[in-house]
Design a protein around this ligand. Structure first.
Ligand code: F6P
Length: 191
């Protein structure tokens, strides 16, 4: 059997403001999570641990204190919200009511103007999932939508369920698999 670890970045400045996407720094709470995560991972001392983050500041900052080689990859960047990057959901509803309604009707396939859909991120995640199939002891520090897709894949969720999977902040997710069976454990860390 093998184990993979997943975490969202710690709370970011945009999370605090309820703003979609962007590339902001961690909030003070988010920085505390980064410290807790590093303390936890470094104490458990996982053989050959590797860390993969996105290319955005908030995931790099979250992984900073972990004693393991880190790789940064755009393929696990958050869903790009195109013209809605930096808006709150309320502002999106005001400015682009039709877009907001379309997203609500089909969250899986809805593509933001100049941005991506969940289906689009599944496509760019394909090589990552293939690699993860062959890896052991990797911690992926990524984002809400991307982790919904990755976890949904390992847990055999139906595509339409993916955009609604709950992936809480400030939680380390440990996935153990032996080919067919997949066990998921959530470890809440102090912030
Ligand atoms: O709000 C944080 C965030 O990661 C956004 O950057 C992203 O667009 C969103 O979550 C994805 O979640 P949902 O698909 O539910 O809007």
């Amino acid at each position: 059997s093998k184990t993979l670890y997943f975490s969202r970045h710690g709370e970011s400045e945009n999370n605090v403001l309820g703003r979609i996407g962007g590339d902001t720094n961690l909030s003070p709470r988010g920085r505390k999570y980064a410290q807790s995560l590093a303390r936890h991972m470094n104490e458990v001392k996982i053989e050959g641990l590797k860390v993969w983050t996105s290319e955005l500041r908030r995931t790099k900052q979250t992984a900073e204190g972990i004693d393991a080689p880190a790789e940064h990859m755009a393929s696990v960047n958050e869903l790009h919200a195109g013209v809605c990057e930096g808006l709150t959901y309320e502002e999106m509803q005001d400015k682009y009511p039709q877009e907001f309604a379309w997203r609500d009707q089909d969250k899986l396939r809805y593509r933001y103007p100049w941005g991506e859909s969940y289906v689009d991120i599944m496509a760019r995640l394909d090589p990552v999932l293939l690699e993860l199939e062959h890896e052991d002891n990797v911690l992926v520090v990524s984002h809400q939508a991307v982790l919904r897709c990755i976890l949904g894949y390992f847990l055999n969720k139906k595509p339409d369920e993916l955009p609604y999977i709950n992936v809480p902040l400030h939680t380390l997710i440990k996935v153990t698999t032996d080919g067919y069976n997949c066990h998921m454990e959530c470890i809440k860390l102090n912030v």
